[in-house]
Design a protein. Structure first.
Length: 113
């Protein structure tokens, strides 16, 4: 199971590998660079395609240290319609939530503001 080892402003360490950009974590453990088609502060439903393909029971979204990134209402609605538990929190709190979930999970983390 994927573990986030640490988080600090601008970087995240996942399974002992450090990333210096926003990331998505797929339920089977693959980590992808997050590329937001609407920029880093607008999180849209399309960004969850790879995560949803692996059928998670939960998705954790870290919206930044100062909660500047926003999950678009359509994305929230579509994910919840699929019966997936959605957790949206300040990124450091989201990391704790992600690590504490003992189920199939995906994540999307904004690492700055």
């Amino acid at each position: 199971m994927t573990i986030i080892n640490s988080i600090k402003f601008g970087s995240i360490t996942i399974d002992n590998k450090t990333y210096n950009e926003d990331v998505k974590i797929l339920p089977l453990g693959k980590v992808l660079k997050r590329w937001g088609p609407r920029g880093s502060h607008a999180i849209c439903f399309e960004e969850f395609d790879e995560i949803l393909e692996e059928k998670p029971s939960a998705i954790v979204v870290g919206i930044g240290y100062h909660e500047i990134a926003k999950l678009e209402p359509e994305a929230k609605r579509e994910i919840e319609t699929k019966g997936i538990k959605l957790i949206v929190e300040q990124t450091p709190k989201a990391v704790v939530s992600f690590n504490n979930l003992n189920r199939s999970k995906g994540g999307l983390f904004h690492l700055t503001c």
